[in-house]
Design a binder for this molecule. Structure first.
Ligand code: HEM
Length: 461
């Protein structure tokens, strides 16, 4: 069968195993020194599809062991139960033909193994979608949004550029501003009648905090926050749509180019100017790479913490005993924070198989997707005692919410600060609240409530 890739080239398929057999090169190779990472991906493409994917052809998931779909609308609301069932049915690695072929390790051991194996698994694309990056996309080891899409050795260089900006001494001074922001959002909820007023803790609160903070750090105007959220939605949730149709991503590309130009002309004391100034081994970093890093900070910094704040408040709305413990004993927050992150870890990332390999008996083929559900690793009884119970003061808690291996989250200081301050301010203002209706969960790799109605039962003056 044939399929169309963007720019109109065609690719031949063997439908039997879903793997591309021949690619028709329609454009000349890049320069002589250009080394393609994927031997059999079609040349001359930014994005290519292995098998045309339409979720309607597959219908609802029949069996998560063999037909896994993290973008099925019912997946995120009940994901912990699905991981448990898979583990208990003796399936440490699930599979799916969707998205052109995808594997899903479920146990802590298998997730950890893939995350550390940068030889067999590339980070060139970390969001599963119908399109894989083609030869004209910024190639490995750099990738489109470094360092998350970078492989060694470039990964280490790109990561070292960003690390100083997220070190504790750079992040701690943001605390008063974040507290002020949370209080402004709480003030904006207007008059509260305890026992009656219902607010949406995701829409009116959680979603605004990380986007505002990362926007300010980058030196972007706060009125552009909707654009960033739309972009993140396009990048992370519209994954089954034809490559090249997610116009929010293009808008953001233009926006960031304009910001880079403006920051070059008028340097200031912010993260964008800092990135325009850094060098790798004495060479300035190209605008393409700086733009990619900014895109990454927006993707990595928005949905993730928004989801973590939302899930934590969702938990507290249903567990007044944990809420009360935090009010009575604020020092417990140190442990509670890690337990929120473990139990409700929001981030699943992905890899592409770099070369054929046998993984625990699974015949992985080059260009297959591998989903890395760090949240599932956090619920593995082989790693955590009683993993499905939230223990507010759990002491032993080496969770994987921020990832494992070389790509471990470099925004974790900021994420922890935002999460802590957001919860502290919310429970101080509303010492009692309860769930007041249906929760709407996100779709796809970042898991968290997008609508979270809560009834305020008690409000501080
Ligand atoms: C609760 C909130 C957050 C969670 C749970 C989280 C989780 C993660 C995870 C699991 C990874 C590893 C990805 C992989 O292995 O492919 C990662 C990487 C990353 N995160 Fe976060 N993140 C959060 C917030 C943030 C924030 C606020 C920022 C910065 C604004 C950020 C910046 C990054 C960056 C730059 C990377 C790539 C690091 C690398 O490739 O070396 N994250 N994050």
């Amino acid at each position: 069968m044939t399929e169309t890739v963007d720019r109109g080239e065609t690719v031949q398929h063997d439908k039997a195993d879903g793997h591309s057999q021949t690619a028709t090169p329609a454009a000349p190779r890049r320069g002589a020194d250009y080394v393609p990472t994927f031997g059999d991906s079609p040349e001359g493409t930014d994005v290519w599809q292995r098998v045309p994917y339409d979720p309607d052809d597959y219908g609802p998931v029949s069996d998560y062991r063999t037909d896994f779909d993290h973008a099925a609308p019912e997946y995120n609301p009940v994901a912990p139960e699905i991981w448990k069932e898979l583990r208990e049915s003796g399936c440490p690695v699930a599979h799916s033909d969707r998205y052109g072929g995808m594997w899903v390790p479920i146990t802590h051991e298998t997730v950890n193994e893939v995350a550390y194996d940068t030889e067999n698994f590339t980070s060139r694309s970390v969001v599963v979608s119908v399109g894989r990056p083609g030869d004209l996309a910024l190639p490995a080891p750099i990738g489109g949004v470094p360092p998350i899409t970078s492989d060694p050795p470039f990964h280490g260089m790109a990561r070292r550029l960003l690390l100083p900006a997220f070190a504790p001494k750079k992040i701690e001074p943001w605390e008063p501003e974040i507290r002020q922001l949370c209080n402004d959002l709480l003030d904006r909820m207007g008059d509260i009648v305890p026992g009656e007023t219902v607010i949406d803790a995701a829409v009116q609160y959680a979603q605004h905090i990380p986007v505002n903070v990362i926007g300010r750090m980058l030196g972007f105007p706060s009125e552009d926050e909707d654009l960033f959220r739309r972009f993140v939605h396009d990048a992370l949730e519209r994954i089954t749509e034809e490559p090249g149709t997610r116009e929010g991503m293009e808008d953001l590309g233009n926006y960031i180019r304009a910001q880079i130009d403006d920051h070059r002309a008028n340097p200031r004391d912010d993260l964008t100017s800092y990135l325009l100034d850094v060098e790798i081994e004495g060479t300035p970093v190209s605008d393409e790479v700086v733009g990619g890093m900014i895109v990454l900070l927006l993707i990595a910094g928005i949905d993730t913490t928004w989801s973590a704040i939302g899930s934590s408040l969702w938990h507290l709305a249903q567990h007044p005993e944990d809420h009360q413990r935090l009010l009575d004993d604020p020092d417990v927050m140190t442990f509670a924070l890690e337990e929120f992150l473990r139990a409700y870890a929001p981030v699943t990332m992905a890899r592409l198989v770099a070369k054929d390999n046998d993984f625990h008996g699974c015949p992985m083929k080059q260009d297959d997707w591998v989903l890395l559900p760090f949240p599932a690793a956090n619920r593995d009884p082989a790693k955590f005692d009683d993993p499905d119970t939230f223990i507010v003061d759990r002491e032993e808690n080496r969770h994987a919410a921020f990832g494992l291996g070389i790509h471990r989250c470099l925004g974790s200081n900021l994420a922890r600060l935002e999460l802590k301050v957001a919860i502290e301010e919310f429970i101080a203002r509303f010492p009692r609240f309860e769930l007041a209706g249906d929760v709407r969960w996100s779709v796809g790799q970042i898991r968290g409530p997008r609508e979270l109605p809560v009834r305020i039962l008690d409000a501080a003056d």
